[in-house]
Design a protein around this ligand. Structure first.
Ligand code: FAD
Ligand code: SF4
Ligand code: SF4
Length: 381
């Protein structure tokens, strides 16, 4: 694999040693039709879900559902593949957990493309040994894992969980941003959360960094430069702007994301996941897990709050090219100054007031609806 200037890796074939065996093309999920092996596909069903463990939920990006399912899976003797942050190497990477303790590193989304390393081969090795494997990742990674398993190990023991995927931002941009924070705070980052529920709750979407000198950086997504680059789509991998894996072509057993648009009765601002069940195995993972609660919700409400459940298209912003040119030619500070400024205070206050107002209005509507329907039931009796 060879990285481009933004750190996105692409396969490179060394023609001097390639034997043209074709194994790489057979396993490729882009060159081949979706893999049909594994549990038969069902009509998708949406559920709101939360982990029972308060700490797990607090440290996860939405409801902590992946952590709960994976803990159950591993406790029953399975092996789970998730993503951890490696701050020494400044990257996210896939790894395998065989214990519940190992799983804690996979809590929380790392909004950069993860390095798979040897994960696909390692997972296949466990499958060939007869062990159950739970693989989690972006939809394209899950598609890759499914093809690898189908070709080289067998899909019967493989379960897959994908995240709803907005796209993966560049790790080079993130590394530059981290270096800039370290200069500003005069110290090395020793802990970093792309998204924390502290102090502003799930909707606050805060970024948090702790430095070795004891200082702390906390900003919500409107004020943080890396989130600006991510959410303004300035540095996603090229394939993420037109992604065939986010267009309803999922091959996973279960899809997990944030349940934006959940009704107030489901949303206590501590995080709620939307889980889309796609196969009998996905249903089993969710329903047989004693570590979480769930309730069926409308798929169309979930889709309305989360466009990536139905479309793989994102318009490429006009600033993408210039942002990247300035970044590469003049450096990160110049690019951040010009393109990653925080949303102005007035707009931040207005949008907070709007969010608060709409939550209050939804809650009032919910109360009125409940009061009206119980009044009507009373009159019928
Ligand atoms: C790059 C990216 C983009 C996302 N975009 C959206 C979106 O547009 N809308 C939405 O609703 N949700 C999105 N999510 C998913 C969301 O952030 C939560 O992960 C999801 O709601 C599940 O939350 P959880 O609380 O169950 O588990 P969490 O503990 O938050 O999630 C952990 C799971 O995410 C996996 N993971 C973490 N980082 C990565 C990574 N870099 N690559 C692959 N897998 C990773 C872990 O292995 C684990 O399976 C995205 C996640 C990622 C990583
Ligand atoms: S897997 Fe086979 S075809 Fe692909 S690069 Fe290696 S040797 Fe060449
Ligand atoms: S948006 Fe599509 S191509 Fe990009 S990481 Fe997600 S699944 Fe893969």
């Amino acid at each position: 694999m060879q990285p481009d200037v933004l750190g996105f890796e692409y396969p490179h074939i060394d023609e001097r040693i390639c034997t043209h065996c074709g194994l790489c093309t057979v396993a490729c999920p882009v060159l081949n039709a979706p893999d049909e092996h594994g549990s038969p596909r069902e009509e998708p069903q949406a559920l709101a879900a939360w982990a029972n463990d308060a700490l797990l939920r607090q440290e996860s990006s939405s409801g902590g559902v992946f952590g709960a399912i994976a803990a159950d899976f591993v406790a029953k003797g399975g092996v789970a593949a998730g993503v951890r942050l490696n701050l020494d190497q400044r990257r996210a990477e896939h790894y395998l957990s065989t214990t519940v303790v190992d799983l804690t590193y996979s809590r929380g989304s790392k909004y950069i493309q993860s390095h798979p390393g040897t994960i696909y081969n390692d997972a296949c090795t466990y499958l060939r040994m007869g062990r159950q494997v739970l693989f989690s990742g972006t939809p394209c990674q899950v598609a890759g894992m499914r093809r690898m398993a189908a070709q080289y190990a067998g899909a019967d023991l493989l379960s897959t969980v994908e995240v709803i995927c907005h796209g993966v931002p560049s790790e080079v941009v993130w590394q530059n941003y981290l270096a800039s924070l370290e200069t500003r705070y005069g110290s090395k980052v020793m802990d970093y959360r792309f998204r924390s529920k502290f102090p502003e709750g799930w909707h606050g979407y805060d970024t948090m960094a702790r430095f070795t000198n004891g200082r702390e950086y906390v900003r919500n997504h409107r004020q943080d430069a890396f989130n600006a680059a991510f959410l303004r789509d300035y540095c996603l991998r090229r394939s993420c702007y037109d992604c065939e894996f986010c267009s309803g072509n999922s091959v996973a057993d279960l899809t997990l994301g944030d349940f934006w648009g959940a009704s107030p009765s489901l949303d206590d601002d501590k995080g709620v996941s939307i889980a889309v069940v796609r196969t009998a195995r996905g249903r089993e993972l969710l329903e047989q897990c004693g570590r979480l609660r769930h309730t069926v919700v409308s798929l169309s409400v979930a889709q309305a709050g989360n466009p990536r459940l139905t479309t793989g298209h994102i318009a490429v912003p006009a600033q993408r090219e210039t942002f990247q040119r300035v970044l590469l030619e003049e450096g990160y500070e110049a690019a951040a100054k010009r393109y990653l400024r925080p949303v102005p205070l007035g707009r931040r206050i207005a949008s907070r007031a709007y969010r608060l107002g709409s939550r209050v209005a939804t809650q009032v509507c919910h109360w009125l609806k409940t009061a009206f329907s119980s009044n009507k039931r009373g009159r019928v009796r």
